[in-house]
Design a protein around this ligand. Structure first.
Ligand SMILES: Nc1ncnc2c1ncn2[C@@H]1O[C@H](COP(=O)(O)OP(=O)(O)O)[C@@H](O)[C@H]1O
Ligand SMILES: [Mg+2]
Length: 380
């Protein structure tokens, strides 16, 4: 089923809807409002970060028929901030109004096997992988991936949750049981030198704007820091960009897409996963690119040309998790090149993404040094 399309671009004054009221929805709404659009958020949480800044909050579950119908009636176009929104809801909305990304694209990106299959068919190289739906699949899967491996639930994993490293068959069994014996993928554990992500925006006419790769550092499975430009050689950077664009073209993707890659110690470029939405590793674009990833989301869902994805300055983004609270804001804001973004969450819990900062500098090494220094002083 394909989505309705626009006969002409939606211009400022139109109403844009987003499924999900987290920080991504919030930054989308802020970008949309800056550009003169009206915004509607659907989210069950009465205090969701996006609802605070939206024109209208539909406070209901993502499957609530009447609220979905109201959303379709209120909005000229609809997007999503997360991939786990029920497919039926996306399909229902897309039978009434243009929805980007499409239900089909979201379905691919939310399923680890499907996304790897599509990546492989588009010429990208995922780590060797195999489906595990029962204990009977263990031997064949290990024969494909080798050991050690990583077992991941095929859906609903995020921030390192829903996955475990396994060194042998016995550990695979323990992990599979701990993951609830749901459908999983086993993949080869690669030796990583670096992780990068490529972000792009593509519209219905196939016009693409692609950002330079970000270099990502994770702590406890959660993105900690993005460094842009990534410290990789130009050939790898350009190959990653071309592969991400190729994948988006292949699935006729419309929206903002993030593609995560590994660079192995022997310099192979490995496809990891994709996200059908703005991405945490793209938050730097809010201050260090001509057009931010959230403005791109607005532009492409409105049928406009994607904006300029050029980097304007070297930048380091660092996530601010609830563990850091209470934060010494004075120290943080004493740094003149720092741009602070807080998501308006009412309670700081460990591991919860509360905000981020972008540290801009004329030189990437200096940006890293300053960002690390500010981060180390935040809680002291
Ligand atoms: N096949 C792999 N080999 C080595 N490291 C991996 C592999 N898969 C995942 N990882 C590590 O785990 C992190 C989270 O995995 P990912 O599949 O991206 O899940 P999530 O959806 O939680 O982001 C990756 O960023 C990487 O550091
Ligand atoms: Mg990931």
């Amino acid at each position: 089923m394909s989505s309705l399309s626009l006969s002409s671009p939606l211009l400022p004054g139109a109403t844009l809807g987003v499924l999900g009221g987290g920080q991504l929805g919030r930054m989308f709404c802020m970008a949309a409002r800056n550009m003169g659009y009206r915004t509607v958020v659907l989210d069950p949480d009465p205090k969701s970060p996006a609802a605070e800044v939206a024109d209208h909050h539909l406070q209901a579950s993502y499957t609530h028929k009447a609220s979905l119908a109201e959303m379709a009636a209120l909005c000229d176009a609809i997007t999503t901030e997360f991939e786990n929104v029920p497919a039926e809801s996306l399909k229902f909305l897309s039978s009434h109004k243009p929805v980007h990304p499409s239900a089909e694209a979201v379905a691919i990106a939310r399923h680890r096997i499907q996304e790897k299959d599509y990546a492989k068919n588009s010429g990208l190289s995922p780590a060797p992988y195999a489906l595990i739906s029962s204990i009977d699949d263990f031997d064949a899967a290990i024969a494909i991936t080798g050991l050690p491996g990583i077992i991941k639930t095929t859906t609903l994993g995020y921030d390192g949750k829903g996955q475990q490293i396994i060194k042998n068959k016995a550990q695979l069994e323990v992990a599979f049981n701990e993951l609830g014996q749901v459908e999983c993928v086993l993949e080869k554990k690669m030796d990583l030198a670096l992780e990068i992500s490529v972000l792009l925006a593509r519209n219905t006419r196939g016009e693409v704007a692609c950002y330079p790769p970000a270099e990502n550092e994770h702590v406890n499975g959660v993105l900690h820091k993005s460094i842009v430009p990534a410290r990789v050689d130009d050939t790898i950077a350009e190959t990653a960009r071309q592969q991400a664009i190729g994948l988006a073209n292949k699935i006729n993707y419309v929206g903002v897409l993030a593609v995560e890659f590994f660079i192995t110690t022997d310099n192979q470029l490995i496809f990891n996963e994709m996200a059908p939405r703005p991405h945490n590793s793209g938050h730097y674009t809010m201050d260090a690119a001509v057009v931010s990833q959230f403005e791109q989301q607005v532009r492409v869902m409105c049928g406009l040309a994607p904006g300029d994805a050029r980097l304007t300055t070297p930048v380091v983004m660092i996530n601010l998790l609830g563990d850091l609270w209470p934060v010494n804001w004075q120290t943080c804001l004493a740094e003149p090149g720092l741009k602070l973004h807080l998501y308006g969450k009412h309670e700081a819990r460990p591991g919860r993404k509360m905000g981020h900062f972008n540290l801009l500098s004329i030189d990437i090494d200096q940006a890293i040094q300053k960002a690390d220094k500010v981060f180390s002083e935040l809680s002291s």
